[in-house]
Design a binder for this molecule. Structure first.
Ligand code: XUL
Ligand code: CO
Length: 433
């Protein structure tokens, strides 16, 4: 036991009337919603990087957090793991996620990185066995170290491609050894700053080849989890190749990998791409590539990726509505890719941020389930498209322009516009919140 969270109790469900900051009002892990326990719907995961590796810097100042585990030694990394697992247990989150660089000390080269990673994987395996906390996904940090400044798979230097491929292999090995349920690829610096120095065709082909190698390795190793790509439109590079779900789908089609890879969709990334979160979720569902979510929120004024803890229940209800319509999570889950504000120094800030986020997700999930249970939204949508279920409607799609023109003349088709009833539906949604 460390004393980092000293005095903070295990967080329990106390119901909406509770006055206790250190309690859930909506998240009751065992409560059954639409035939499934809430914990199995939401599959919460805490992110190692924001909560335990990020020091609180911004472009104007350095670290504000002075955590006792900061330092590039194995002992420090073990203390970090001890504290992380204490937090997972206090919150009752069943899963966590990591990048290699979050949980192992940075080595001088690939060999030392791998040795450090393996040491920490053994330690994390012990912690998982002792606590029952599981790994939702692992990933490689191929964007922080300066060697990756011009990309990883898309780098103009083949040496960086090789270093990246080898690092991905070790991170997939770590994920498999820890029983991870998915492996994530976020294209950290897979994009470009200026076309003046960029061969876009080459870079995209390199990324396609790397992804194929990842898929091949997954099958070679018999890994049953999902390979997930996390789209993001900008930041760190000006033009990221994995802009949004639709762009990534085009990329997967181009390289013949659409049946092999699913999406990890992040709330803040969706907004940066000019979409809503629910748009990205619905798009992935329609394309058959929905996998998992990174839950957070951005500041709507600042225009960059602020990775705040989520707290907007009406928005989250619409997101979980799309998750439920996609059939819910299979290997995926709800990962809090969210960090404290840099003034939130205290251990209890870390706990309360997650408590609020988990509660908001639970409230959103319950509202989403109520919308589906009630069926009014589905009925209104079905009614709007009812014409397509008639013989005439179905026939159109297998017809051609000549035959359709003859039909329009013969049947005197002269459609009258009908209301989309948006406000009525928005009012209806508010009744479930
Ligand atoms: C960056 C981001 C990453 C990925 C994992 O914006 O979301 O933390 O989730 O690399
Ligand atoms: Co993310």
């Amino acid at each position: 036991m460390t004393d980092f969270f000293k005095g903070i109790p295990l967080i329990k469900f106390e119901g909406p009337k509770s006055d206790n900051d250190f309690a859930f009002r909506h998240y009751d892990a065992e409560e059954v919603v639409m035939g499934k326990k809430m914990k199995d719907h939401l599959r919460f995961a805490a992110a190692y990087w924001h909560s335990f590796a990020w020091p609180g810097g911004d472009p104007f100042g350095g670290a504000t957090f002075e955590r006792p585990w900061f330092g590039d030694t194995i002992d420090a990394a073990k203390m970090k793991a001890d504290v992380a697992f204490e937090m997972f247990q206090i919150l009752g989150v069943p899963y966590y996620c990591f990048h290699d660089a979050d949980m192992r000390p940075e080595g001088a080269d690939f060999r030392e990185n791998t040795r450090n990673l393996e040491t920490m994987v053994d330690y994390l395996a012990e912690k998982q066995a002792a606590t029952g906390v599981k790994l939702l996904w692992g990933t490689a940090n191929l964007f922080s170290h300066r060697r990756f400044m011009s990309g990883a798979a898309t780098n103009p230097d083949p040496g960086v491609f090789a270093f990246s491929a080898a690092t991905i292999k070790t991170c997939m090995d770590a994920t498999i050894k820890l029983g991870g349920e998915n492996y994530v690829l976020w294209g950290g610096r897979e994009g470009y700053e200026t076309l003046l120095n960029t061969d876009m065709g080459r870079e995209r082909r390199q990324a396609g080849r790397m992804l194929q190698m990842v898929v091949d390795y997954k099958h070679k190793m018999g890994f049953k989890g999902a390979i997930l790509i996390e789209p993001k439109p900008q930041e760190p590079t000006k033009h990221q190749y994995d802009y949004d779900v639709a762009t990534v789908y085009g990329f997967l089609k181009e390289f013949g990998l659409e049946g092999e890879v699913q999406m990890n969709i992040e709330q803040g990334h969706a907004i940066l791409a000019g979409h809503s979160f629910e748009h990205e979720l619905a798009m992935a569902r329609e394309l058959g590539i929905f996998g998992s979510i990174d839950m957070n929120r951005n500041d709507y004024q600042s225009g960059w990726d602020t990775d705040q803890f989520p707290n907007n229940v009406p928005e989250m209800a619409l997101a979980y509505y799309e998750v439920l319509r996609a059939g819910g999570f299979k290997t995926g889950g709800t990962n809090f890719d969210a960090k404290l504000r840099r003034q939130s120094l205290d251990a209890e800030d870390l706990i309360l941020a997650h408590v609020g986020g988990m509660d908001a997700c639970a409230a959103g999930l319950k509202a989403a389930a109520a919308m589906l249970d009630d069926g009014k939204l589905e009925a209104a949508r079905d009614a709007r498209y009812a014409g397509w279920d008639t013989a005439d409607g179905k026939g159109l799609l297998s017809s051609d322009l000549n035959a359709i023109t003859a039909k329009v003349l013969n049947d005197q088709i002269n459609p009258a516009p009908r209301s989309g009833r948006q406000e009525r539906l928005e009012n209806l949604v508010n009744r479930y919140l």
